[in-house]
Design a protein. Structure first.
Length: 470
């Protein structure tokens, strides 16, 4: 399919040779998830739309091309110009590919949540990459939205702005929707896709609903995203979910929004990769997890199509790294693990914490009332991500600070807090905790990617005593 390229070289007439990589965007195949269907005893046909077949390996190639072509038509993108865009990776790759073909420079802004291989990938395409902190609100000057705005002005650049650009959903209305309808012979009954910028699900839904209003559109969403009724934080799945509603958000087109946890997303991604031989990422796992739930209530003649947005190759250091997964509490790597230690603590609250603005006096009272020596300082209220933990307070540090200046009792605890506690996963080995506590007074235990509790040397001693007594 040609997307606005110059006329093909006459020497290629009659061949099946594409004039450029741009002509390979779209027309991605469908495949039955046979093993997943059997494992979950699904009554219907579960099919995956393989967007990994696009040149950039993701569904974002489609809107990347459409947005650049529209920018050229509208006179917003001049020859030799610069493109600036905030991205979790895939849109950046699509833009970089088209930019290479059409002679543009690229500057991409990313959060520090994304896998490092995504940063390396964009740089491999010759792009400049600016990394920003994820644990800040959208209006913060250091957020990747605001940094992108600033760079667009400074570089006199064109910003496609995938979150607001109508050509994002239009690309899928023109291509993804028609492809699905033709590939299923008009028999598609359900379409499941992750919602981030909402371009993919909204554009595809518009076309499918026009063909058959009874096609069910299901948005798969991180359980902390605003689309699922959350606050927009915290979650670790990349490229889906949001902390605001983008322009393409069209709830009137969605029949259902299915919230999925980080843990389920990552574990399903690993299952699909190992059982089907299809390496998918966390957002793909999220979509398949939602599709499995949908398929369980479907009819035998239904065809449930789930869109796989990209490849798992961009997540090898995260989703497919056992150590990373275990450290965030997604895997149990030992028969004797941290969760066993926590189980011996009785009625002790799972996680005690204070906010940065909490006074030193209130902090001391809370620690004394619960008989604890360390407490984390967190910027938000639960549930929060490990990245939102600002630091920690130790009773010895408090004692020294108050001794030097009694007025400290009235000041915010953030003025006297120390560094963050080292983290350990709930499924990691007790042996590792022993080694780490030789260097730190306490550890922050993570489960499902979120802080669960603080582990101390006393906790380990209590556990060893219980085990030996048994």
């Amino acid at each position: 399919m040609a997307w606005g390229n110059d006329a093909a070289d006459a020497r290629l007439h009659g061949t099946q040779i594409a004039e450029s990589v741009i002509d390979l965007i779209g027309n991605t195949p469908l495949v039955v998830l046979k093993r997943i269907t059997e494992l979950h005893n699904l009554p219907c046909v579960l099919v995956m739309k393989m967007e990994t077949s696009n040149p950039g390996g993701s569904s974002k190639d489609r809107p990347a091309l459409e947005m650049i072509l529209a920018g050229e038509r509208d006179g917003l993108l001049k020859p030799g110009g610069t493109i600036v865009e905030p991205t979790s990776g895939n849109t950046g790759v699509g833009l970089a590919i088209v930019a290479a073909q059409r002679g543009y420079k690229c500057v991409f802004v990313m959060t520090d949540k994304v896998a490092p291989e995504k940063v390396s990938l964009l740089r491999a395409y010759g792009a400049e990459v600016v990394v920003c902190p994820v644990a800040v609100p959208p209006e913060d000057p250091t957020s990747y939205y605001k940094v992108a705005e600033r760079l667009t002005i400074e570089r006199n650049a064109f910003r496609p702005n995938q979150y607001a650009n109508p050509n994002n959903p239009l690309a899928h209305e023109l291509t993804t929707g028609p492809e699905l309808w033709a590939q299923t012979g008009g028999r598609i009954t359900h379409f499941v896709a992750g919602a981030g910028t909402c371009g993919t699900i909204t554009g595809t839904a518009r076309y499918l609903k026009e063909q058959n209003p009874n096609v069910r559109i299901v948005a798969a969403d991180p359980d902390a995203s605003v689309f699922s009724g959350g606050s927009g934080r915290p979650y670790l799945v990349e490229g889906v979910g949001e902390d605001f509603y983008p322009a393409a958000w069209a709830p009137e087109l969605y029949d259902e929004v299915v919230p999925v946890s980080d843990e389920e997303s990552f574990l399903v991604a690993r299952q699909v990769s190992r059982e089907e031989g299809i390496l998918i990422g966390g957002s793909g796992g999220l979509a398949v997890a939602a599709a499995i739930r949908v398929a369980k209530t479907a009819k035998p003649d239904d065809i449930v199509v789930v869109l796989n947005p990209d490849s798992g190759r961009g997540y090898l250091s995260r989703v497919f790294d056992d150590k990373w997964m275990a450290n965030f509490g997604f895997l149990r790597e030992s028969d004797e693990c941290i969760s066993d230690v926590l189980a011996t603590r009785g009625d002790t609250p799972s996680l005690l914490y204070v906010n940065p603005a909490t006074s030193v006096r209130e902090t001391i009272d809370l620690m004394r009332a619960n008989g604890i020596s360390q407490i984390p300082v967190c910027k938000n209220t639960p549930p929060f991500a490990a990245a939102e933990v600002s630091g920690a307070v130790d009773e010895l540090d408090l004692m020294e600070a108050v001794y030097r200046d009694p007025a400290v009792m009235k000041t915010p605890v953030e003025h006297v807090m120390g560094p963050k506690l080292p983290t350990i996963g709930a499924g990691q080995a007790v042996k590792l905790a022993v080694e780490m506590l030789d260097r730190a007074p306490a550890l922050l235990v993570l489960s499902g990617g979120r802080p669960l509790s603080v582990l101390t040397r006393t906790d380990l001693l209590t556990y060893f005593e219980a085990v030996n007594r048994g």
